[in-house]
Design a protein around this ligand. Structure first.
Ligand code: SAH
Ligand code: SF4
Length: 345
């Protein structure tokens, strides 16, 4: 039988478990600090605990949710991608990107994805399963430990790896809350970004819960025919409903939304499309994050050119919508969007 994963527990649950073993609450706190401040990842590292308790946690809990099976560094050394095997052999990935003084971590919330976006490598592989909250947490702690060796820390976490976080809502939010715990990793809520393909009820729920977490919405098209062709979720929640939920989100939270836009050559990168997009987003507290498409084997579209990207950006800005063009990072290691894991399975 599989042992329960220690990263799946929050502090009250860990305290309760230790109580059933006849251990005082302060022992739970010591373990918590070991996990989330010292990044210990095996029972024998908890040297501040009595040996008998170390043996109990070794016998009763699992510490190894993720086994790194492949580590790849981009040629400029700024991007590290790790492919992990989960306990059941499923594969996921998490990517660390260093730029400016940021160290942004992109983590997965599901193995595969059920949303079926045509241009996305993860969508092309289909849905395998949800990650538990602990499997999501462990990706961050893995990199936190790695960076700590350089006296560095993760500065931002984006839930933009494999999977649709709002299709695994409870576990994704539990992971954020656990990493945010003031007595543990204490990672600021504002330094998380959750990205969704547009699950409207979840956007509304997320707004009502008022976490200080940033929201990104993957838009990619301005009309329903085009968007439904790329993103089947649009048939369920068309653009008007989606944008209306986004407007309500901004109203309720006062927070700015990011719209993600993969620039695909002659599909959604024309100045006319930029104008329509500006009209759609008019008056909404937002900005557009555009990124040239990462080509995938299952989709014929090609990335936009530098020139067309620049015109797209300028057109949006002239029409009052802030837009940044992100460069594709780690393209030489398939660090975009589930490409490595889908290739190796
Ligand atoms: N499922 C969520 C988060 C994971 S995908 C979502 O869809 O928002 C993270 C981002 O990568 C999304 O904006 C998605 O649209 C984008 N993406 C997926 N495949 C891509 C590709 N081939 N090129 C560029 N961006 C891509
Ligand atoms: Fe899933 Fe996001 Fe990929 Fe769409 S873009 S298939 S929602 S991971």
């Amino acid at each position: 039988m599989n042992l329960p994963l220690i990263y799946d527990l929050d502090l009250p649950a860990l305290t309760e478990l230790l109580q059933t073993w006849g251990e005082p609450a302060y022992r739970a706190r010591q373990i918590w600090h070991g996990l989330y401040k010292s990044f210990w990842q095996a029972p024998e590292e908890f040297t501040s605990l009595p040996k008998s308790l170390r043996e109990k946690i070794a016998a009763g809990l699992s510490f190894q949710p993720l086994t790194p099976t492949l580590k790849l560094d981009s040629s400029d050394g700024q991007t590290r991608k790790t492919l992990f095997a989960l306990a059941d052999g499923r594969q996921i990935e998490a990517v660390l990107m260093r730029y400016d003084r940021r160290r942004t971590l992109c983590i997965s919330t599901q193995a595969g994805c059920a949303m079926g976006c045509t241009f996305c490598a993860t969508g092309q592989m289909g849905f395998k399963r949800n990650l538990s909250s602990g499997e999501i947490v462990a990706q961050v702690i893995y990199y936190a430990r790695l960076l700590a060796e350089e006296n560095l820390a993760v500065t931002n976490v984006v839930l933009m790896g494999m999977g649709e976080p709002f299709h695994n809502y409870e576990n994704s939010m539990a992971a954020i809350d656990r990493l945010n715990d003031a007595e543990g990793y204490a990672f600021g809520a504002r330094r998380f970004t959750v990205s969704t393909s547009g699950l409207v009820p979840a956007i509304r729920q997320f707004a009502s819960e008022k976490r200080q977490v940033n929201l990104a919405v993957s838009l990619h098209a301005v009309d329903d025919v085009a968007r439904s062709a790329m993103m089947p979720v649009n048939k369920r929640y068309p653009i008007e409903e989606l944008i209306s939920a986004c407007r309500d989100y901004v109203q309720v939270t006062g927070r700015r939304i990011t719209f993600e836009w993969a620039l695909i050559h002659e599909v959604n990168d024309s100045p006319e499309t930029a104008q329509k997009l500006a009209r759609l987003l008019k008056g909404l507290l937002c900005h557009v994050n555009a990124i040239p498409l990462n080509p995938t084997t299952g989709y014929a579209g090609q990335p936009t050119s530098r020139e067309r990207a620049a015109v797209f950006q300028a057109t949006l800005e002239q029409n009052g919508i802030p837009c940044t063009i992100r460069m594709r990072r780690g393209i030489d290691i398939q660090a975009g969007c589930g490409q490595l894991a889908s290739r190796s399975v």
